[in-house]
Each structure stands twice: as C-alpha cells, then as structure tokens.
Design a protein. Sequence first.
Length: 251
Amino acid sequence: MAPARRKMRNTASCAVLAVILGVTCRQTTFTTTSQRSKLLVVLDLDETLLHASLCKDESMSWLPPRFWQPKIDFEATGKGLVVDLGEEVPLFVSLRPGALNFVSWLKSREDIDLAVYTAGTEPYAKQTLKKLGLEGCPALFREECVPFGLPITKDLRKLREDLTRVVLVDNSAKSFWLQPENGLLVCDWDGTNASDQELDRVKDNLLQLLDMDDVRPALRRKPPDAPGDAVDLRLVIIAVALGCWLVSQSQ
Ligand SMILES: [Mg+2]
C-alpha cells in the first residue's frame, strides 16, 4: 500500500475511533444523567401544611392554638389524637399560608415525585389530601409509622429503597430518627400566623436539592442525642410500652 494511501487509511481509522469514543462518552454521560431518579419529596401534613383544631367558637379563644384557631378553611372528622382511642370528633382545619401554591408547584415539576407520610389516621388524612389537591398521591398514614403503627417516627424505605434522592419535609424532628440525613425540618405552624412564609423557604431549599445526585450531605442534621431529643426518647419508651400493652390486650 502506498504511504500516502496508508496514511489516509490510518487517519480515517482514527477519525472513526474518535467518533466511536466520542459517542460512547456522550452516551455514558447521558446515561448517568438519565439514570438519576426524580427527587422524591415526602410531605408531612399536620403543622407542616395545615393545622387542625378541636374548636372554632371564638368564646374559646383563650384556649391554646391546638384547640382553637381564628381562621377555618374546612371541617373534617378525626378519631383519636394520640393512639387512635376515642370517638370521632369534628376537626376545624386551616391550611398553612402558601400550602396550595406549594403543592401546585410540586405537582408541576417533572423532576419531582411526590408522596405523603403522615402520623394522622387514614380517614382524617384523606379528607385533607383532597383539600390540598393531593388525592391520588402515594400516601402512608399512621398505620405505617414505626414502631407498631404508633405516630412516633417514619421509615422512608417504605416509599423508596434508595434514599439518595429522598427528602422528608416535616415539622417534627422525631420523624427523622431512622433517616436523619433525609429530613428537611420546617417550623411548626399552629394556625395563628397568617403571614407565615415557611413554605417559600422550603421551596428554595428543594430547588437547591434538585440537581444533587445525593441530597443527604446537604440535609445532614445535628445528631439525635441533643437534650431536646433525650426528653422525646422517654416518650418513645412510654409509647412503645403502651403499644405492647395494646397489642397484648387485642389478642
Ligand atoms: Mg407534623
């Protein structure tokens, strides 16, 4: 083969190889991006997106906000406030300022999967999901809290095994005990602050998480042995003992 022709052939081979390598590299990059799962945003309900009170009568306004609040968006019925004991009672529910817009924004994002995880009972929570526009959304209720369905903490692996791109938006630090690096803590909303803007802050934080392959380093929190949590641990022990007692009584 003539040197010039051999040179041309080698050059062509190199070009083909470069194209193949280039395509392979681009495919690898594209595959990595496309394989990244959507950010799973798990929403708590009570004191995060809404607040439910037992009374709407203004004559009862001397009561703490848990029992009375000035603005009611809708009525629901609830049964039991702690461990599902007691009769059904009317509950007066207020939506947190910005809650509807926040949910609407989450639903509009194609890079976000949405779920709900609440310590509320299913019949009560389903009424609130409808009002928030979250009906049909994957949801876990009190029965899926741990341990034994008690409203103590939440196990995100019930929603997704891989937790690299999962964030639980919750007002209770206790909810993060099993997966503390997946928690985005929000301030309690007790139904009284009409100018609350906490959900705007949550939205900004979620926007920052969207492009992260692993959101956990950014969400890393203080260790669960802080003084406040030590008190809660005693409550857990009491609740577990109560749960065991209830189980033994039901058998
Ligand atoms: Mg809550």
